[in-house]
Write a protein that binds this ligand. Structure first.
Ligand SMILES: [Zn+2]
Ligand SMILES: [Zn+2]
Length: 453
């Protein structure tokens, strides 16, 4: 029998999950849910209330479509609305939860949830076309994006458009990290074929910060409920072979981007070792300098942090937006090898210029992410042979302070000698005359593995 739930959400419901339970009988082929609220959009000013629903069946999560105007999912055995997982509509206990990301005064909202079902199964969608190109393979440096969204959450791009956009940018790999759902991954991986490596993922979009889980096709619970901690979630996914990345930690928070600023006291950085220091276009995302500063602060505190970049693509970039991408050294252009390279921190971030760098200490050489003995160090950075913007400066940074600076030129080789103590680290940056970042490397660390947390 159809069921309807109604209620009211006020400011006290912010940051909670409001569950409504229902029981599905045997023989159901398709489930339909419709969530509406009044007022539908405005909270105050131009900032809307932000409410999504999540659906859970007897065997687990069936999806969500975070921050999307369409909150009317249809779920069937072989077909589901974007954000949701197709599969049998099991008889038993189901629930729909309202995820209350943002309520703004005055007055809150009244809501209505209608649940309905029937015995018919919807037809499966046609198999998508598969890319026929073949990606580069073997040991090498690979470039790609670690953060983006489709219309399975709040992106504007279809899965096909998302893939086309990654291929147009010449990427060797691309992650897809829709908010709180993995529902787009099967289609993306099917479409990609051998043309590009897909890093399947999910952005855990909580009320207190966002984190990327890279390397998962299985849904990861984003809700931190009673007795759970985000640090515990980070440990679980890391021990399960995934990479956990603190995303845009210094993003603007409530009310402009509720939940976007990192506020988990147990993950500063706690067990997290990856942090996204470049999110979106550099110049129009004022949180990014704070992300770099946080990365450097954590290195200074002895944490073996690894910096990442994510375009956080929701739609195609405008021509004047300068995004970064990740360059990762991997034993092969495959998911396991790229995750290994990402874990090792053998990577850097750039919006174009390519480089290689190494340090030599006590006769040993190392590159990004590696540890070397403390002592006298020769640090060398070699810029690539492609053209680069004319006003860039290369800086060598030791424990967060610039110790050498030189104008960039194609093919430039810059060496410096420094004395590195145990717990010291170096990185290189390329910045333009406005101070805007174009390239930042991961750190080479000193003092041996035991000097680092
Ligand atoms: Zn985010
Ligand atoms: Zn995102």
């Amino acid at each position: 029998m159809p069921q309807t739930f109604t209620g009211h959400l006020g400011l006290d419901h912010m940051g909670t999950h409001v569950p409504h339970a229902f029981t599905v009988p045997e023989g159901v082929g398709t489930l339909r849910i419709r969530f509406t609220h009044d007022p539908a959009h405005p909270g105050s000013g131009d900032i809307p209330h932000q409410l999504s629903i999540s659906v859970y069946g007897p065997n687990g999560a069936r999806g969500t479509r975070h921050n999307n105007a369409d909150q009317s999912p249809v779920i069937s055995t072989h077909h589901a609305s974007p954000g949701y997982l197709p599969g049998p509509i099991e008889a038993g206990d189901w629930r729909v939860e309202i995820d209350v990301h943002r309520i703004l005064p005055p007055g809150g909202v009244s809501y209505r949830i209608e649940v309905d079902w029937d015995a018919d199964e919807l037809p499966a969608p046609d198999a998508p076309p598969v890319q026929t190109a073949t990606r580069n393979r073997g040991e090498g440096w690979y470039k790609g994006d670690l953060h983006g969204h489709t219309l399975h959450s709040d992106g504007a791009l279809t899965v096909a458009e998302y893939l086309d956009y990654a291929l147009e940018r010449g990427f060797d790999f691309v992650a897809l990290t829709d908010h709180n759902t993995t529902s787009a991954l099967p289609e993306l991986m099917a479409r990609a074929g051998e043309a590009i490596t897909i890093l399947p993922g999910e952005e855990l979009t909580t009320y207190n910060g966002h984190a990327l889980v890279l390397g998962t096709t299985a849904w990861v619970d984003w809700a931190i409920r009673d007795g759970q901690t985000m640090a515990g979630r980070a440990r679980e996914v890391t021990e399960d072979g995934k990479v956990f990345v603190i995303a845009h930690p210094k993003s603007e928070g409530h009310p402009f981007c509720t939940g976007c600023r990192w506020a988990f006291a147990d993950l500063l950085p706690g067990p997290a070792r990856h942090v996204e220091v470049w999110n979106g276009p550099w110049t129009s995302c004022p949180q990014n300098p704070g992300g770099v500063a946080l990365f450097y602060r954590w290195l200074n505190e002895g944490y073996r942090m690894i910096a990442t970049c994510g375009t956080d693509t929701h739609r195609r970039a405008k021509p004047d937006q300068r995004h970064g991408f990740n360059v990762i050294r991997a034993a092969d252009n495959t998911l396991p090898a790229l995750l290994d390279g990402l874990r090792a921190g053998e990577s850097y971030i750039t919006s174009g210029p390519l480089l290689y760098a190494q340090a030599i200490s006590a006769g040993e050489s190392a590159t990004f992410g590696d540890c070397l003995p403390a002592g006298e160090v020769t640090a060398t950075c070699v810029l690539g042979d492609e053209d680069m913007p004319g006003d860039l400066t290369l800086t060598l940074i030791h424990n967060g302070k610039v110790i050498a600076r030189t104008p960039c030129a194609t093919g430039l080789e810059h060496s410096a000698v420094l004395t590195a103590g145990s717990g010291d680290w170096i990185t290189w940056e390329l910045r333009d005359s406005d101070g805007a970042l174009h390239t930042i490397t991961n750190a080479i660390l000193f003092g041996g593995e035991e000097a680092w947390i």
